[in-house]
Design a protein around this ligand. Structure first.
Ligand SMILES: C[S@@+](CC[C@H](N)C(=O)[O-])C[C@H]1O[C@@H](n2cnc3c(N)ncnc32)[C@H](O)[C@@H]1O
Length: 257
């Protein structure tokens, strides 16, 4: 399938609410409460080796990095780190940034969900978008983060690195697909797992960065359409993985290269 057609299928999907968790408990929340009663508290703190913003900062400082894309801007704290680059694109349907903060170059703040952004970017003359670095931190639901990776790879320059935030949840409830906890990783942890399975040509490292881990993906190939062509199979495989199994083997996943 052509990349544009692929993103057209998902464009215009409403972004799930980011905040507002406090006033409701989803059925998934009840399920996790029951699971924790059955299996005990699944809390497994990380042994942090770094902080995610420092990982981002050190890469942005690299002379090889000129252009950067971030999905999920929120208050703009991580996007601001890219202020000295040639191009720093931030995509978020509902950023909470002070007026005029990202109005000028190198920033390009796109108020849209990332599927719509990728559709647009792939439809237009995208010659100026050749990403050296991307940070995926938008909607913390597996399929969304997976498509963010697919879009970033299509726009990648040779040598591009993609970081995916929140891939090491500390407890199963934090990794629910519907947010009901204060700290929420969602099930983004499935993304590195499916990449290791379906794209052995990529290098996928997991880093215990505080607070909730980072995946660092290299070896990208902008012409590779494997994940688009096998998307349904990739999603089915990812959704079939068990969070409890992932949590208990988390150290092995981090150690695997
Ligand atoms: C964790 S925050 C980003 C934090 C920021 N990267 C930082 O480190 O300071 C996640 C953001 O993703 C945004 N978001 C939700 N759905 C999205 C989507 N479909 N595409 C892009 N961003 C999305 C939310 O509006 C929210 O502001």
């Amino acid at each position: 399938m052509k990349p544009k057609k692929f993103f057209k299928k998902f464009g215009n999907t409403a972004a799930a609410p980011w905040s507002g968790f406090a006033n409701y408990v989803s059925r998934e929340g009840e399920l996790y409460a029951a699971l924790e009663e059955l299996y005990g508290d699944t809390h497994r703190p990380l042994k942090p080796v770094s902080i995610y913003k420092d990982e981002l900062y050190s890469r942005i400082q690299s002379p090889q990095v000129n252009s950067y894309l971030e999905t999920g801007v929120n208050k703009g704290e991580s996007l601001m780190i890219a202020k000295d680059l040639r191009l720093a694109i931030g995509v978020d349907p509902a950023p909470i940034v002070p007026p005029n903060t990202f109005d000028k170059a190198p920033f390009r703040l796109v108020k849209a969900n990332s599927d719509d952004f990728f559709l647009e970017a792939l439809s237009e003359d995208i010659s100026d978008i050749q990403l050296d670095l991307a940070f995926i931190d938008g909607l913390h639901v597996f399929e969304y983060a997976l498509r963010d990776f697919i879009g970033c790879e299509l726009l990648s320059a040779p040598g591009c690195e993609v970081l995916v935030h929140d891939v090491l949840p500390r407890r199963a409830s934090e990794a629910a697909r519907h947010r009901f906890t204060r700290s929420w990783t969602g099930d983004v942890w499935r993304v590195p797992m499916v990449l290791r399975h379906f794209r052995p040509d990529l290098k996928v490292r997991l880093i215990e960065s505080a607070p909730t881990g980072l995946a660092v993906i290299t070896g990208l190939d902008a012409s590779n359409k494997e994940l688009i062509d096998r998307y349904d199979e990739v999603v089915a495989y990812g959704l079939g993985l068990s969070v409890l199994d992932f949590m208990s083997a988390r150290d092995d996943h981090v150690a695997a290269v």
